[in-house]
Design a protein around this ligand. Structure first.
Ligand SMILES: *Cc1c(COP(=O)(O)O)cnc(C)c1O
Ligand code: SF4
Length: 349
């Protein structure tokens, strides 16, 4: 039994508008469906599914701005399908488990994962602005592994003592839901380590809560000695509206590249046309496609899986339509490998 994911404790709500926006996010499936003019029956949800969610370890969570980008009255809306809990999550499937990519085995200290040469990943918090139903860390034991202040200190010691670590990746959860002072203290502490050349932030927040990309954050990121790389997470072009594009361009102006990773999701973006539009929308906002991930087989997500053969066909079609720099690398993460494993023309299937 894993502990429930930690809740975000909003700061003084009237001081920072992004925190107010975060706190206003929906947590009740009934409210979400009402906002879209949908009934539970239209979405294939019985009363039990709607009620059970209230006590689930990974409940619904979605910012209002993301809801506003959903099409009303469409039970198959690609943004809705990413956040609406589904009874299919209760199904077990062969090969789908709790720690599908060997995260626990790769911990160098609690909350510090290293799988690959030269870079280590810091779990900064278990909290996220949105709960994505396909999340590979939905069962992650955050209470033990996330960087509480004391754990963070020991992780920073490990990083400080290892000159081979030239890149530190802040992940989670989502590092951009950390309180402003915690984030700043953490970034400055890493930035002080002379051998660290790059600090990378993996965050879905610029896409789901663009209010977070405010002048204070931009100033902070622009003030670091290390090169800063932001890897955002968008799966569908409909996620990138004008406000998101403005936030992404602002990030791109103060950091080294802004990159995107997507997860290939059945019924959401498993179409060459959608992937092509996503790459175009990203590049229009100053973002380069980086990875298209095959789903990590975490329990309760099998209904999102796309077979490898279909994935390879899709990426081949995308390659035929776009310049190389707009084609994400189709990869799978396999425990114990020295890098993500490429699929298709970039590798072998
Ligand atoms: C995915 C991942 C990275 C990042 O890999 P890149 O190929 O550098 O983007 C780093 N550390 C861990 C533990 C990861 O799972
Ligand atoms: S934002 Fe990322 S870590 Fe958080 S629930 Fe979504 S996929 Fe998982």
């Amino acid at each position: 039994m894993h502990p429930a994911r930690p809740e975000i404790t909003p700061g003084p709500v009237n001081r920072h508008s992004w925190q107010a926006e975060l706190a206003r996010g929906l947590r009740d499936p009934a409210e979400l469906l009402a906002a879209l003019g949908l009934t539970a029956a239209e979405c294939g949800l019985g009363a039990a599914a709607m009620a059970r969610d209230g006590t689930a370890a990974f409940p619904l969570r979605v910012p209002l701005g993301f809801v506003a980008r959903m099409r009303p009255h469409d039970p198959l809306d690609p943004l809705l399908l990413q956040v609406l809990p589904s009874p299919a999550e209760g199904l077990s499937a062969p090969g789908f488990g709790a720690d599908p990519v060997g995260d626990l085995a790769s911990a160098r200290s609690p909350g510090l994962l290293q799988k690959y040469a030269g870079r280590a990943l810091l779990i900064t918090t278990g909290a996220c602005a949105i709960h994505c139903r396909y999340c590979f860390r939905r069962d992650y034991p955050y209470a033990e592994q996330s960087a509480a202040a004391s754990q963070l200190e020991s992780s920073l010691k490990v990083i400080g003592a290892d000159n081979s670590l030239e890149e530190v990746i802040l992940s989670g959860g989502d590092p951009l839901v950390l309180g402003e002072k915690r984030l700043e203290d953490l970034l400055r502490a890493i930035d002080k380590l002379a051998h660290v050349k790059r600090i990378r932030l993996h965050s879905r927040v610029p896409v789901v809560l663009p209010e977070r990309v405010d002048s204070r954050l931009l100033t902070l990121l622009g003030s670091l000695r290390s090169q800063v790389i932001i890897v955002i997470h968008a799966n569908h072009p409909q996620e990138i509206d004008a406000q998101v594009a403005t936030a992404l361009r602002a990030l791109a102006a103060v950091t080294s590249p802004v990159l995107n990773q997507s997860v290939l999701l059945r019924g959401i973006n498993d179409s060459a046309g959608i992937l092509v539009e996503l790459s175009r929308a990203l590049f229009g906002a100053g973002v380069l496609p980086y990875y298209l991930h095959q789903l990590d087989p975490v329990a309760g997500t099998a209904h999102f899986a796309v077979p490898d053969s279909t994935a390879v066909t899709l990426i081949t079609e995308v390659m035929a339509q776009l310049p190389g720099y707009l084609v994400p690398r189709l990869v799978r993460e396999t425990a114990g490998k020295p890098a993500k494993t490429p699929l298709g023309s970039f590798g072998t299937t």
